[in-house]
Design a protein around this ligand. Structure first.
Ligand code: URA
Length: 206
């Protein structure tokens, strides 16, 4: 089975199994979308009105801004993988509740582990706080966080401001645009470190 098929199967399983209460008010689920072989996963908060209508993440104004920032680092949206912590639209775009995040968490974890990326990019504090509950986005945005978790096979995380929050705030927009441009160098650094670690591991073995 190819990787896209595998991912489709995961989403279909969760369409049936996810116990999130937002199912009752949302038009449809909004699963992650993009390249299953991507080296990066971008994680947002929850679908908004446009995403709820189309069933795809980041297709509204925030998504357009995200696509522009990706283009600036020579990436197309289709080349990366984008998802949200919560897969159903909260009514009137309110913040997702802790129990809604909990209900969607295993779906997100399965997605991340299936894609197996080198880097997770958090779009906003909600997705960051799901993994790093005590960090403040205003202090750690644009800084690489390195941590081993038992439930995900990624250890590099980059928190960024949420594109929707930055869209109409000049300073935040500038900061996000600058932070975004660090992504290619950060990926290079991760790959270099992985190579060196492999060498160390091999030296230990032989
Ligand atoms: N904001 C998000 O966090 N996710 C989307 O999919 C769209 C807007």
């Amino acid at each position: 089975m190819d990787k896209s098929e595998g991912l489709k199967k995961i989403h279909e399983k969760w369409f049936a199994d996810c116990k999130c209460e937002l199912k009752k008010t949302a038009t449809q689920p909004v699963p992650g979308d993009g390249n299953p072989d991507s080296e990066m996963i971008f994680i947002g908060e929850a679908p908004g009105r446009d995403e709820d209508k189309q069933g795809r993440p980041f297709v509204g104004a925030a998504g357009k801004f995200l696509a522009e920032m990706l283009e600036a680092i020579k990436l197309k949206r289709e080349e990366i993988y984008i998802t949200n912590i919560v897969k159903y639209r909260p009514p009137n775009n309110r913040d997702p509740l802790p129990e809604e995040k909990d209900a969607c968490r295993d779906w997100l974890i399965e997605e991340i582990n299936f894609i197996n990326p080198k880097l997770v990019v958090f779009l906003g504090r909600h997705s960051m706080n799901d993994f790093f509950p005590t960090e403040k986005i205003s202090s750690v945005h644009g800084k690489l966080l390195v941590k081993k978790f038992s439930h995900v096979n990624v250890k590099y995380f980059l928190p960024l401001y949420h594109p929707a929050a930055a869209l109409y705030n000049g300073n935040m927009r500038e900061t996000l645009t600058e932070d975004f441009k660090k992504i290619p160098k950060i990926l290079e650094k991760i790959k270099k470190e992985e190579k060196e670690n492999k060498k160390v591991e091999q030296t230990k073995l032989f």
